[in-house]
Design a protein around this ligand. Structure first.
Ligand SMILES: Nc1ncnc2c1ncn2[C@@H]1O[C@H](COP(=O)(O)OP(=O)(O)OP(=O)(O)O)[C@@H](O)[C@H]1O
Ligand SMILES: [Mg+2]
Length: 288
């Protein structure tokens, strides 16, 4: 276990909820036996798409309950990294272990179980436009149900009740029966979060969840992610383009540049200038 791993694990004690405020290396001693297994464990992960190296020797451990912002320029590998975690991509080399499962080798039942444990929220929401908010939330249960469903009435009553609870939780019980395509962007994204929560995930991945939203709705969605992470003890990994948002969100910031991790620090120890370095020297010009 690395000192940083210990720091994360030790500072994960729920009683001291302002996580990672301390130094990187104070942990140890009596905390050591509380160290949990990481939810997400990457070692030497490289992903090659033809001539493009999207991820390059990535090592990363994320512990249960950690809320991590992932920053990096367009093309730096954020989406590729997130897609590795529920097996949408397999690494070219290296290992990806999520909740104890080696993702590249998981098949059938094991892969389905993993995907139920990993919720996903996307920039473009991906709701069924003609379905109500409530029905969209119900679709979060499809991974656990047999066969297709057509219409709200075809979901079990218990699923509908749980979906209503999740909608209430994201502050949208009052628009449960409104068509998704009539909701504002911020409302649609909160429905998408409720849908992801319905599957009772242990990890929530969000790929630029606020990139299409105005600042006010963005702040609402980010607050929501932070709150549900705390309430459900979720591990959250969220890619973002906005440095300011990343610095006001979560516990830890991971910066990618050209597929490499170039920054990995607890948020309270980081300042804006340091964060901006993620964006420098993306492709150092050969001719200078
Ligand atoms: N399926 C694919 N086939 C070929 N190349 C890909 C594929 N997916 C990603 N890439 C390439 O891998 C690199 C990383 O892409 P990725 O989508 O992970 O970046 P990103 O950080 O999510 O960018 P953005 O901020 O624009 O979403 C890019 O050069 C991209 O073109
Ligand atoms: Mg992306």
């Amino acid at each position: 276990m690395t000192p940083r791993g210990l720091a994360h694990a030790a500072s994960h004690d729920r009683a001291g909820s302002d996580i990672h405020a301390g130094s990187d290396i104070h942990a140890g001693g009596h905390h050591a036996h509380h160290v949990p297994e990481p939810s997400v464990h990457l070692r030497g992960v490289t992903k090659q798409f033809g001539g493009t190296r999207a991820l390059d020797a990535v090592d990363l451990d994320i512990y249960p309950g950690e809320v991590v912002a992932l920053l990096g320029l367009s093309g730096s590998g954020k989406s590729t990294l997130l897609r590795m975690l529920d097996g949408l991509h397999v690494p070219t080399s290296g290992t990806v272990t999520v909740l104890g499962t080696d993702v590249a080798h998981a098949r059938g039942r094991a892969l389905r179980a993993l995907r139920r444990d990993v919720g996903f929220v996307f920039q473009q929401f991906h709701l069924v436009p003609s379905a109500s908010a409530l029905e969209n939330v119900c679709t979060g249960a499809l991974g656990a149900l047999r066969g297709p469903r057509f219409g709200l009435a075809t979901y079990p009553r218990t699923v509908r009740a749980r979906a209503m609870e999740q909608l209430d939780r994201v502050g949208l019980a009052h628009i449960a029966f409104q068509r998704a395509d009539t909701l504002s962007g911020g409302q649609q994204q909160r429905v998408a979060v409720a849908r992801a929560l319905l599957q009772r995930p242990r990890i929530l991945l969000a790929d630029e969840p606020v990139a299409s939203l105005d600042p006010e709705s963005s702040a609402q969605v980010m607050d929501l992610l932070t709150r549900v992470a705390r309430e459900d003890d979720l591990t959250v990994l969220c890619s973002l383009h906005q440095v300011e948002l990343a610095l006001s969100f979560g516990h830890r910031l991971v910066g990618l540049r050209s597929g490499r991790v170039v920054l990995d620090r607890p948020v309270p120890t980081i300042d804006r200038a340091e964060t901006m370095r993620i964006y420098q020297d993306v492709a150092a010009p050969e001719l200078v």
